[in-house]
Design a protein around this ligand. Sequence first.
Ligand SMILES: Cc1cc2nc3c(=O)[nH]c(=O)nc-3n(C[C@H](O)[C@H](O)[C@H](O)COP(=O)(O)OP(=O)(O)OC[C@H]3O[C@@H](n4cnc5c(N)ncnc54)[C@H](O)[C@@H]3O)c2cc1C
Length: 346
Amino acid sequence: MSSLLPPVPPGTGPTTANVLIIGAGPAGIAAALTLARQQHSAILFGDGVYRNGRAEQMHLIPGLDGARPSNFSQAARSNVLQNYGEHISFRDVTVFSVQRVAGGFAAVDAAGVAYFGHKLILASGVEDLPLPIDGYAACFGSVIFHCLLCKGYEQRGGASAGVLAIDSFGRAPVALHMARQASSLARTVTIYTNGAGALAAEIEAGFCRAGGSAGIMRVDNRVIRRFVFLGEQEQAQGGGIRLEFVDNSLPADEAFLAHAPKTRPRGPFVSQLGLETLPPGDNDGDIKVELPYYQTSVSGVFAAGDNCSKMKSVAHAMLSGNVAGMGAASQIVAEQLGQVYTAELM
Ligand SMILES: Cc1cc2nc3c(=O)[nH]c(=O)nc-3n(C[C@H](O)[C@H](O)[C@H](O)COP(=O)(O)OP(=O)(O)OC[C@H]3O[C@@H](n4cnc5c(N)ncnc54)[C@H](O)[C@@H]3O)c2cc1C
């Protein structure tokens, strides 16, 4: 099927498309691929900031494990333009506002340029909100890891590693889950509960439930005063992180700490569109979506990637981008033909 919009005149690039996609990371690019293969046009917006931008390498992506995130973005973009340049275009701009208008959605960038699309996909990622403890922000991503499958392997074999049982890791089952992962990467594991005595007791009870044992795990309930970055190298070479405590007791050195900070969807789009989000403390204000197509609470607006999933990974971003693109494409055709659109997967 051909594009529903008039052909775009050559020159500065299109300002209208079937779908506007805010975000040119893995979620946005995956959505664009799906749309292009259905011959729908899309404009992707990106401001050059990616959540994993501070990481030297990305992992867990078959065929690309160890690739630099920036190389991945460039390669993915070139690949899309090479194969589907007639349908897809990129704008390296910051989108300041989005709103519903007759027939679709309008977006306005920092220079005041307005764009129109019948559908909108928010693939704009999240920002990590550092724990308000001195030194945390400087250590996040280099020696504090939100995911021990993405990070930690490079620091494997250290004498000890830690789990920070705060925020989403501040529930006993989650803290224990993370400690089990850490135990594959270090010789001992300490779960820091930062003064939460009841949690510390629950975790200790969890060690021994049904005849189990703590093994190499232990709990430390001291209140943390600050984190000190020691270096990204292996612990045996002096790298890792130091925890200092408010009671001035002996500091603790770890090869790395596992902790996922709270996040919030990037940009002003949730409030501008009046989108429903999950309650704070549930999924930290993620955009609420209906599966299978990642439709948000506002018809015609889809979300994809980190901003709508507890499982914040590149693989999920790609899957949700594909599926949101599918939903947007199907909705466009249904509307064009006057059919009733229902979101059901075969
Ligand atoms: C330190 C670190 C390391 C990680 N390592 C891994 C790993 O090894 N493997 C893994 O699977 N996951 C890893 N992750 C998670 C991974 O980064 C995310 O899951 C993934 O980037 C989510 O993709 P996304 O497309 O949703 O968002 P992002 O990749 O964050 O992309 C967001 C896009 O939205 C755009 N954008 C946002 N706001 C605007 C705006 N107002 N105007 C225009 N554009 C805008 C940005 O420019 C960008 O193009 C890591 C995360 C961190 C913090």
